[in-house]
Design a protein around this ligand. Structure first.
Ligand code: BES
Ligand code: MN
Ligand code: ZN
Length: 535
């Protein structure tokens, strides 16, 4: 009966909710075909954020209730069927484990889910709680219920820990289905709302802050997920203009004519083969002291990378819609910082270009002059990210005199060969900056590992005809790319280049994401800003 009722609740889209005072009779009535099944819950529109609200007592309408438990601890007051079921299912409360059953409380039947959060003393406690939340949404986002009641009344979590569960719940619920017009009802996301009951003190305040970071992650994912016919330099700018409207951030846009005047031959050369105009967008947030030099975030925004005349092979080329992942991370990170009104001065700059083959495209062997005055022999038009960043980095230094620069770029396939999809590569001229980024990565899960840069690699990009060439040999491909960027950084500016080629897109579901765009970088920047700039 329990499972039949469950299926019924599912197919009715949780509609038993409104009839809940006599669920069993009603269920029988529905089974007998005597009562109309209520309409399905309203469809969730695109990446709409999950609504999270707080109440004191469990709502009468609750059809899906979840509790979080530590490893080896069975929540008190559970029905025998639940405790025996947990044992039979070998539920131990391990991180991300979920057990559910149906319980009848005073004639009200609902699904009760128990999510494991692992060992309470684990160093990665917050990450584990995120995983517990994420496991709940992964399991229940499409089962027909529009509301999940998270009952924390009996939990011994702190406010921050409870907010981490919510963070995981919300991040894992994100999907982008706007182009799927023929989805079956049971594929659609139905979960739209989480109601937290008995939240520990401080949960709401912690959550209000973290929700802005979730919004940033979701914005990054949206930008990365959009296909290149929809999201190109101009529309990237437009989306940012919409999202930052009224936030207090200042947006500066450079069009091609302005970039030409500034002498950005390196960036503009990449866009020559595209019908889409290139852009630079700067998003400026001054939340810190008036006299404090900003921290600059710079992103590679190649909205599609066909390789240009050095065209890429066909299979997998569609992945290159996310070659703007660095720019996406910068835009999302800025949205998070601006949203939570970070007490820091930060400017995000993205170089937006489409790399296409065409009669007007640049050729292998062409020599271009960058805004810095340095000349570049373009030996491979597919090594275009560094050409875009060369001018974006130089302009950023001229325009904002930043105290430090962190750039994010899906720069090299070699980065994936080196570190796979677990760590981004960090190349830096500053030990403290590299360490701060590493620490922020360990805390948030946006992990990164330092790679070397050195004069010995730098000479590999000397050119016989210009100041440098845009590729080294096959060896140390990610490092020579970083060396190229360093030639556009003034010596005394602390700088870190984060090669995120392996991080922005995932072929399988992960910690707090489904397969697809991960949102990598937003949490890294947010944590870096909290721990090093806002201290
Ligand atoms: N956007 C690519 C790097 C990339 C490849 C990112 C796969 C994510 C997944 C970059 O523009 C590129 O094409 N790099 C070349 C450099 C080479 C021509 C020196 C590469 O990695 O093959
Ligand atoms: Mn390329
Ligand atoms: Zn590229």
């Amino acid at each position: 009966m329990a499972t039949r009722l469950a299926r019924l609740a599912d197919s009715a889209g949780g509609s038993i909710t409104c009839l809940s005072h006599r669920p069993r009779l009603i269920a029988i009535a529905i089974l007998a075909g005597r009562l109309p099944i209520a309409p399905a819950p309203p469809e969730i529109v695109l990446g709409d954020p999950m609504e999270i609200q707080f109440t004191q007592s469990r709502p009468q309408s609750a059809r899906l209730v979840a509790q979080v438990t530590d490893k080896g601890k069975v929540p008190v007051g559970l029905d025998k069927a639940m405790t025996e079921g947990m044992e039979a299912a070998r539920f131990k409360g391990n991180t991300g484990q979920v057990f559910d059953g149906f319980v009848d409380r005073d004639g009200q039947v609902f699904r009760l889910a128990i999510a494991g959060a692992g060992d309470a003393k684990d160093d990665a406690r917050l990450a584990n709680l995120e995983k517990a939340g994420a496991a709940l949404t992964a399991k229940y986002q499409s089962i027909g219920n529009d509301e999940l009641v998270l009952d924390l009344s009996d939990s011994n979590l702190s406010g921050e820990e409870a907010a981490s569960v919510l963070f995981g719940l919300r991040l894992r619920n994100w999907r982008y289905d706007i182009y799927r017009t023929k989805m079956k009802d049971d594929q659609k996301v139905t979960l739209a709302k989480v109601t937290v009951v008995g939240a520990p003190e401080g949960t709401q305040a912690a959550w209000e802050d973290m929700a802005h970071v979730a919004t940033g992650v979701e914005f990054t994912r949206e930008l990365i997920t959009e296909p290149a016919n929809i999201l190109y330099p101009e529309t990237f700018v437009e989306r940012c203009q919409q999202r930052f409207e009224g936030t207090g951030a200042e947006l500066i846009v450079l069009d091609e004519a302005q970039m030409e005047k500034l002498g950005m031959g390196s960036l503009l050369g990449v866009g020559l083969g595209s019908d889409r105009e290139s852009r630079i967008l700067a998003i400026r947030w001054n939340g810190g002291a008036g006299d404090e030099a900003p921290t600059a975030l710079v992103g590679k925004g190649v909205t599609f990378d066909s390789g240009g005349i050095s065209i890429k092979p066909g299979p997998g080329m569609e992945d290159m819609k996310w070659d703007m992942g660095g720019a996406g991370a910068v835009a999302g990170a800025m949205l998070a910082l601006v949203g939570r009104k970070a007490k820091a001065n930060v400017v995000g700059v993205v170089g937006l270009v489409e790399n296409m083959p065409d009669g007007k495209a640049q050729r292998p062997g062409d020599v271009v002059t960058s805004m810095s005055g340095q000349t570049i022999e373009v030996l491979n038009t597919d090594a275009e990210g560094r050409l875009v960043l060369a001018d974006a980095l130089h302009w950023t230094q001229e325009e904002f005199q930043p105290a430090r620069i962190i750039d994010f770029a899906t720069l090299t396939g070699a980065m994936i060969i080196a570190l796979g999809n677990e760590f981004a590569g960090v190349f830096s001229n500053d030990d403290k900056l590299a360490k701060d980024l590493h620490d922020a990565g360990e805390i948030t899960g946006d992990r990164n590992w330092r790679m070397p840069i050195d004069r010995a690699y730098d000479k590999l990009i000397n050119s016989p005809i210009a100041d440098m060439k845009n590729i080294g040999g096959r060896a140390a491909g990610s490092i020579t790319a970083a060396q190229f960027l360093q030639r556009f950084i003034s010596d005394d500016t602390p700088w870190a280049h984060v090669d995120v080629a392996g991080m922005v897109w995932s072929d399988k579901p992960g910690r707090t994401w489904n397969k697809g765009a991960t949102g990598y970088g937003v949490r890294l920047v947010d944590r870096f800003v909290r721990d090093t700039l806002e201290k």
